[in-house]
Design a protein around this ligand. Structure first.
Ligand code: NI
Length: 257
């Protein structure tokens, strides 16, 4: 099989892959996965993402501080993220953003500070950003509007069609996970139908969010084909064409040759 699929978001530094990480990553190109971006969730996880990118030609890294992991936040940690961003295989700052879903998450004010400082970092380094927005659509949109020069992707997109249109108008991308294949994913399907394909990317968010028919299992990049097939069905095109276009979108977005 020609490797055609681009899984634009997978966490292989997660301990869920401790038993078979190497075997799994080595085999991806033979299984149709051409490229993977592994975002970091804090300075230590970002360091691991960079190490994986160094080891596998088809793996790239993003570095950043996830809103769920941003306490304790230190300027030294942010400096470590900035230093990692200089690595040639780091293609974005991420994942960063706001998560108002969990009560026990770091305080919203801290989340906004850490998000804002990383948007400023992305602007300074001229890198795109990977945004995590859960139950924080209004604040996330307001925050990125403070940085009109920064471009990025809202990963695992869960906002409204109106917000999607606003993001696309600003040159941003949206990406979809296995959630697109779930029965209750009406809003995501509606957005995927409406937004032009050149603004869409696909991802697994492994080890989470496994698509139907593997929902509930550990996810990995080979399963991104189910997301691709679902998106192709929504768009009324073949899975091959959807794979080819989302691969090109990802390469363009992350500046991967
Ligand atoms: Ni993620």
């Amino acid at each position: 099989m020609t490797p055609m699929l681009f899984d634009t978001h997978a966490h292989y530094d997660d301990e869920a892959f401790d038993a078979d990480r190497d075997a799994l990553l080595v085999a991806l190109p033979q299984q149709g996965v051409a490229l993977v971006v592994n975002p970091g969730c804090d300075p230590a996880s970002s360091q691991k993402a960079v190490a994986l990118a160094e080891r596998y030609p088809h793996v790239y890294a993003a570095v950043g501080w996830h809103p769920e992991n941003c306490a304790p936040y230190t300027p030294e940690g942010l400096a470590a993220v900035e230093a990692l961003a200089a690595h040639p295989k780091v293609v974005a700052i991420g994942e960063i953003g706001l998560d108002y879903y969990w009560e026990e998450n770091p305080p919203r004010e801290l989340q906004r500070q850490v998000f804002r400082e990383q948007l400023a970092l992305a602007q300074r380094l001229e890198l795109p950003v990977i945004v995590h927005d859960r139950e924080a659509h209004g604040d996330s949109l307001a925050m990125i509007q403070e940085f009109p020069q920064v471009r990025g992707v809202f990963h695992c997109y869960s906002g409204s069609p109106e917000m999607a249109r606003e993001l696309v108008k600003r040159g941003w991308m949206l990406s979809f996970t296995g959630v697109l294949t779930y029965k209750n994913a009406k809003k995501a399907v509606e957005v995927a139908r409406e937004i032009p394909l050149e603004h869409l990317m696909i991802e697994t968010d492994s080890p989470y969010m496994a698509p139907v028919p593997c929902r509930g299992q550990r996810n990995d990049s080979t399963l991104v084909r189910h997301v691709c097939e679902k998106l192709a069905e929504i768009k009324g095109i073949s899975a091959e064409e959807c794979a080819r276009i989302t691969l090109e979108n990802g390469k363009r977005f992350f500046s991967i040759p």
